[in-house]
Ligand binder design. Structure first.
Ligand SMILES: [Ca+2]
Length: 143
């Protein structure tokens, strides 16, 4: 294999591993480390419902907007897709900030949505899979 081809493969691989799929307890520990200290189990359940713990998850909605990252933050309301599509960008970040392994900015946006919506009503994933979640969801985790 030519060296240039090898370098090309290494480059592609490094881009591909920019995101991360968390284990459940690992995510709980990381969210706690970043300051989530109330109802942590709701955050972790919501992340599983929305992205299966994948920070690089993207999904396109029927209306043309897209959802980004471990919490599936929406490009029309809450982040800027930076591709010309309209956005209110309520959380004030490019959507790409919600695809990396640093979750501090993702948490900040979800905190804002929790305030604006007085709870988790903004997340269809939460309503679908987490409405009856309890703290026992994290009972196997060391926190
Ligand atoms: Ca981030």
């Amino acid at each position: 294999m030519e060296l240039t081809t090898l370098l090309g493969l290494v480059l592609v691989a490094s881009v591909a591993v920019d995101g991360k799929i968390f284990y459940k307890c690992e995510l709980a520990q990381e969210l706690k480390r970043l300051g989530v200290n109330t109802e942590l189990y709701r955050w972790v359940c919501m992340a599983y419902a929305e992205s299966s713990f994948n920070t690089a998850a993207t999904n396109t909605n029927s209306g043309g907007s897209s959802d980004y990252g471990i919490f599936q933050i929406n490009s029309y309301w809450n982040c800027d897709p930076q591709d010309g599509r309209p956005t209110y960008n309520g959380c004030g970040h490019p959507c790409s900030d919600y695809l990396n392994t640093y979750l501090g900015d993702d948490i900040q946006c979800i905190r804002q949505l929790l305030r604006e919506h007085s709870g988790w009503g903004f997340s269809y994933g939460y309503a679908d899979k987490c409405a009856s979640v309890t703290s026992s969801y994290l009972s196997e985790c060391s926190l």
